[in-house]
Design a protein around this ligand. Sequence first.
Ligand SMILES: Nc1ncnc2c1ncn2[C@@H]1O[C@H](COP(=O)(O)OP(=O)(O)OP(=O)(O)O)[C@@H](O)[C@H]1O
Ligand SMILES: [Mg+2]
Length: 254
Amino acid sequence: MSRVIAIANQKGGVGKTTTAVNLAACLAVAEKNTLLIDMDPQANATSGFGVQAAEAEQSNVYHALLGHKTADAVIRKTDIAYLSLVPSHINLTGAEVEMVNMIAREQKLDGLLPDLTEQFEYIVVDCPPSLGLLTINALTASDCVLIPIQCEYYALEGLGKLLNTIRLIQRHLNSRLEIAGVLLTMYDGRLNLSRQVATEVKSYFGNKVFKTAITRNVRLAEAPSFGQPIVLYDILSPGAQNYMSLAGEVIGHG
Ligand SMILES: Nc1ncnc2c1ncn2[C@@H]1O[C@H](COP(=O)(O)OP(=O)(O)OP(=O)(O)O)[C@@H](O)[C@H]1O
Ligand SMILES: [Mg+2]
């Protein structure tokens, strides 16, 4: 059985993809068979593994969601042992429109997972910055959601809406969904603002905040342009250490 973890926050640029890519890579480094599913039409997690749009166009998550291909047919290996990827492509924007009138449109991703849970111990799902049908599919298919929060102004703004969506999904679509935790990202301990946001998030979410905070680290921002997760790009960087530590916490949670 696999543990399915959605990385979600409808706010843009908070570190969802950086977390999805690097958490998945670190779980794999810990020799956990891991699958990363890119559910964002921006396909940043896909290019983060050096997979070009032209390569992904004929075989990506869109084809599986719409039933044109099996889940197995859209999985590809990565340069990291134990890590596979279901790529995305800009054509996934069309899926949201095409799925609107389908029966069980919220459960398309969930329907693909039974074929995969035997093969993978962890399935990490990168969500787009919206609470639309793609994110709802991810949350409906997941055991838990990891919420990255960027340590900056307005960090908590809009979180109420996300938490409300999670509650609605728990009630109507997926009663096993839980909050895995809140992850502080782009933390800079030298800045008052970062420390203030961290305190505020901890007072709101209590023990649901991961002990690991992801510090601001330029190596994490550089790695995607080389098509590599941080553990391949610079294993000694603070970013690699942070994400290894997060993977340790995730494994510890069972
Ligand atoms: N810890 C970090 N240190 C430095 N830069 C970071 C860090 N985390 C993320 N970034 C950079 O911040 C930007 C936004 O990160 P990312 O793409 O992971 O966010 P996102 O939530 O997936 O965005 P979107 O909502 O558009 O999908 C990227 O340029 C990324 O490289
Ligand atoms: Mg992203």
